[in-house]
Design a protein around this ligand. Sequence first.
Ligand code: HAM
Length: 417
Amino acid sequence: MFRPVRGMKDLYGVSVNKYNFIIEQAKHVGAKYGYNIISTPLVEYTEVFQRSIGDETDVVSKEMYTFSDKGDESITLRPEGTAGIMRAIVSEGMTQSLPLKFMYYGEMFRYDRPQKGRYRQFHQLGFEHVGDKSPYTDALLIAMASEILGAIGVFDFKVLVNTLGDEETRKDYTKGLVKYLSRQEANLSDDSRRRLEKNPLRVLDSKDERDREICAMAPLISDYLSKESGQYFESVCELLAKCGVNYEIDNFLVRGLDYYSETAFEFKPTDFGVKDSFGGGGRYDHLLSVFGGPDVSGIGFAFGIERLMIMLDNSKFTSTPAKIAVIPVSEGETEAAFELVQLLYNCDIPAEFLHLGNVSKKMKVANRLECSIALILGEEELKNGTVTVKFMNAESGALKEKVVNRNGIINFLRHNI
Ligand code: HAM
């Protein structure tokens, strides 16, 4: 028997209901804030990710699904959505229309170690606001993210915020960090020793226990902030408080992708037993120019949809819409029942045409499908131009069955479902 590829899941039933609910709510809130939907390809040329996310990140160095296609081009299944959107803004000639606001959702791929809430194919719901830099924009984006969480019924969360500063800040900080880490070099993992040379900031997101202990004592970016970056971050925090966002400053937050600058944030459940964040994002000052666009700043975030789904209560997502079963008693009534089900569909009434097996089998199927009404057509009904309406879940004392004229059946159903 075939199973799905490790770390990849089939979505059906409750999961699909949750997924659709999350997207619907996000579309509603996103439209209010002026975001338009964009859908970029699942694959991009590998360089799109290498150049933007950064060669020394875990995502690029360990987790990408990269292949040579039949034309010997190196292509990669997208590990995230931001890079492809920046590429699209430039290659679709949208740079004339900046600032732009995009919402996106769909499959992402990372060759990660699978566990609860961590998959190799997963889904993100993301937002990007490109071509505008101001603490107001940052605060509104984070407030919108919080509003989406409220709309799907997630309230027990915190937004951890930090600043990664501007270029000047990161240059000074990198010097300080290298000085500190070089003293500990002998105790660092091989990966971190390499990163110390190529991209020292990435040592900070090492998962190695010893590296983490060393990094816990490392200097903080907040001690190296330029005056402008310090003020910018202060304004963002003040505005977040004004928006009523439940935020907390976390000076250790660095994010795992290279393109970030200034404001960075992550969403965590307040139950800190769950260690992974279910969303994250930040500002990126030069990402569009990497793809040949103007050097304008942007900000965005993405939620992991599977991680949001874990926080939603299954019992609220099991219901199927009120359905009507159309049941011919025997072969002789099948054609009339077929016409009846077509009539229901033409009137936008959800229905099931149950024509296989004997009546008791058809009734069993109607029960399993959780149909609330069965429309039964037998010899008698055919002769009299009627339909027997059976209320499947009628409580004792309530109407269980009613014979209705076929001409009036649509009106009757409209008043009874
Ligand atoms: P990220 O933090 O790498 O950011 O991913 C965002 C979210 O995707 C995570 O918080 C997590 O919920 C989810 N996620 C990541 N990896 C997995 C996985 N293996 N399985 C399940 N869920 C996962 C980004 O991707 C940035 N593009 C966000 C962004 C948008 N920054 C600016 N704009």
